[in-house]
Design a protein around this ligand. Sequence first.
Ligand code: ADP
Ligand code: MG
Length: 565
Amino acid sequence: EAHKETLEFKAEVSQVLDLVIRSLYSNKEIFLRELVSNASDAAERLRFEALSDDGLYEGDSQLRVRILIDRDAKTLTVSDNGIGMSRQEVMDTIGSIASSGTRRFLASLSGDQTKDGQLIGQFGVGFYSAFIVADRVTLISRRAGYGPEHGVRWESDGRGTYTIETVEKVVRGTDVILHLKDDEQEFLEQWRLRSIIQKFSDHIAIPIEMPKEYYGEEAEKRKGQPPEFEQVNRGTALWMRNKSEIREEEYHEFYKHIAHDFEPPLAYVHNRVEGTNEYTALLYIPRRAPWDLWDREPKHGVKLYVRRVFIMDESDQLMPRYLRFIKGIVDADDLPLNVSREILQHNRKIDAIRQANTKRILGLLETLAKDEPERYALFWDEFGKVLKEGPAEDYANRERIAGLLRFATTHSEDNKQRVSLDDYIGRMQEGQDKIYYITAETPAAARHSPHLEIFRKKGIEVLLLSDRVDEWLLSHLHEYKGKHLQSVAKGELDLGGLADQEDKETKDKAATEHRPLLDRLKTALGERVEAVRPSQRLVESPACLVVGADDMSIHLARVLKAVGQ
Ligand code: ADP
Ligand code: MG
C-alpha cells in the first residue's frame, strides 16, 4: 500500500512559510544549521531509545550526518541515520508546523517584519527554512526498528500542498533533499558548505561528514567509485570543552541549537563541578520570552544528559519553576543512563544540581544588574513577572530574589519597572523605616490613587504595583533587609517616625469636631463599611477606601472575583 496522497498543508502553513522565507532571506545560509540541528536531535533521540532497545541500531551505532551534493541534479542532501519518522509522524510534524503553535504564532504577529522574523524560531519552523533556498524539498525517512518497506517520501514546493507516499528505504533515518533555486547554486560548492558548517554547527556532537574531494588525476582514477567521507566539524560536545577555548559565537550557536531560537542569548554561565557529584552545567538566559512561557508545561527547558547521552528535556527538576525560562544542558556523570522522571523527582544529586543551578542564575542576574543595567532592563521586561514568583516558591533565596526585583515608583517618571529595593532604601526619608507600596489594576490607577497624597506631600517614595503576580509576591515577601513592606491602602496609616505632631493634632481634632458628620456617613453607608474615620492620608481628595490591616486588598479581591473565587 504505497498509496500516494496529495494533501493540503494545515491551515496557515503557506502563510507562515512566506514569512519564514521573507524574514530569513538576508541570513539564508542558516537553513543548513536548522537541518543539521534536526539531524542531531534525531540522532540523540535514537541513542536514547536504544538505551532500552539496542536492536534499534540495526547493527550500526555510528551516528552521523552527511551532506551530499549532486551538481547535475542541482540538489543538496542532508542525510542522517537517526531515529527517522513514520508516515504519521511526517504528517504530524512536517505537514503541520508544530500545529498548535502555528495559530498562536500567527496571532502574535505584529506586522513588523523584523520582529515577526525573530518570533519564528520559537515556533518550530526550522525545517521550513529549507524553502529559503529550495523551490522543492523531498524528505525520505524511515523510523528505526521499522522494516525497510515502511519508508515514507514527502515532497512539497511549499505552496500549500504536499505529497506523501510509502517507499522502500533500506537505511534508517532521514534524507532531506533540497532542489535548489536557480540563483542559490552557491550551495553546491563544497567550500561554501564547509564554511557554513564551521560557522554554525561546529558544536554538533556527532560527526558531520562530506565527501572527500579529489582533483586532477586522482579525480579521474576515482570516477564511479563510492565517495569517501571526511568529518568537517569538530564533533565534540561543546560543554565538555575548556571554557577558555570556546568562542562567544560558539556558545551562541549552541544556544540556538538547543533552544530552537534564532536569536543569540542574553547571557550564559558554564560550569564544571568536580567532587562527589560531578557534572557540567551550561545555562542560558534567552533574549526574549517564549510564547509558551505561561503554559503549564513549557517546552525545551534545561536538557539532561548523562555522560554525553541525551536523556530528557526536564526543566522542573533541574531548575525551579520561577526560572523556567532558562535554557541549557546539565550533563551528569553519576546518574544511571536509565534514569526516569520518577527517579529524578527524589534524587539527592538532582536536588543538589537544581540548587546550585539556581544560585548560578541568581548570581548571573546580579552581575548583569550591577554591570550592565540596560541589559538587565531587557531581561526584566521579558521575565520579571516570572521572577516575581520566586519568593513564594523559593523561601531560602527570598532575599536574593527580592534584590533582583524592579518596580515602577512614584519617583520614576514613566511606568517602566526600573527601581530596585536597594535604590528605594537609599532614598528613604529621615525616620522612615518601612517600604511603602500600593497595588492596583493598572500603573495609572496606582499612580493616581488618593492614598498617595500624603506620601507625595511628604516626598516619600511609594512602589506602584500593578502586575497580576504582585499580590502573590507580597503575600510571601514581607520584608527586605529588615525593612517591612507596608501597603499604603491598608489599616490605620502608620507613618512611624515620619508623622509630624501637626498631622496627629489635626486628625484628633477632626475626630471630635466632625463627630456628627462621621456618624451620619456611617449610618448612611451601613453594613458596607466597618468605620468612617478622619484620615491624614488625604491632601486633595475628600475621601478614600481603606481595608483592614489583615484584610485582602481591594485589588486582590477584584482579581479573585474576576477568576470566579
Ligand atoms: P523543531 O526542531 O524546533 O522541533 P523543526 O521545524 O526544525 O522544529 O522540525 C519539526 C519536527 O520535525 C521536529 O521536531 C521533528 O519531530 C521532525 N524532524 C525534522 N527533521 C527531522 C529528522 N531529520 N529526523 C527526525 N525527525 C525530524
Ligand atoms: Mg529544528
